[in-house]
Design a binder for this molecule. Structure first.
Ligand code: SF4
Ligand code: SF4
Length: 176
């Protein structure tokens, strides 16, 4: 998949993905744990096939959250104080219920040639993205559908997951 085609493909699949989300909520053949394991297994396959360094889209499009520890680690790395880090690179986002410090600019100023120049000291949020090996996938499908527009790994996982779950049960999830 060419990365610049991803948004178009994700848009084409969006409605189907929302239907699948609804389907999963009422699908009790697969336990939450089994679903998480299946997602993680499919994700591992695509992670080995898709090189993040040939993509780098998340660093170009998203603003990671920086908790206090992330700020301190990054400030130390850049040989500046947390206050200086905030002034130069961060913003305080109060737009939702949980205000947070996040990277101010996109693309991220620490990305160079699709690589992270502060890799060892990158924020926890960057380390976890796109969150395909965390428990509770079924409760996080809204965020996953959003991520199909940014991350080719998530896009492919969603596509294969729909096939696996629907084929397993011979259920047409798009009938909702
Ligand atoms: S800190 Fe590194 S991994 Fe995180 S968004 Fe910036 S370039 Fe990407
Ligand atoms: S968007 Fe996904 S595939 Fe691309 S760099 Fe980020 S995690 Fe890797």
């Amino acid at each position: 998949m060419k990365y610049d085609e991803l948004e178009k493909l994700a848009e084409e699949k969006e409605s189907e993905n929302w239907d699948f989300r609804k389907f999963l909520k009422f699908h009790d053949e697969l336990s939450e744990d089994e679903l998480d394991k299946l997602v993680s297994k499919i994700a591992s396959k695509y992670e080995s096939e898709i090189e993040c360094t040939s993509c780098g889209r998340c660093c170009k499009k998203l603003k990671p959250t920086l908790e206090q520890q992330d700020q301190q680690r990054l400030a130390d790395r850049l040989e500046m104080t947390v206050v200086q880090l905030r002034e130069q690179h961060l913003e305080y986002d109060e737009s939702d219920d949980e205000p947070r410090w996040q990277m101010r600019d996109v693309p991220c100023p620490f990305q160079e040639d699709n690589k992270c120049t502060v890799y060892k000291d990158r924020p926890q949020d960057c380390r976890g993205y796109p969150y395909l090996h965390e428990p509770g996938f079924n409760g996080r499908t809204m965020g996953m559908i959003e991520r199909t527009f940014t991350c080719p790994i998530v896009f492919n996982v969603m596509e294969e997951l729909k096939e696996e779950v629907a084929l397993d049960d011979d259920i047409e999830y798009d009938c909702w």
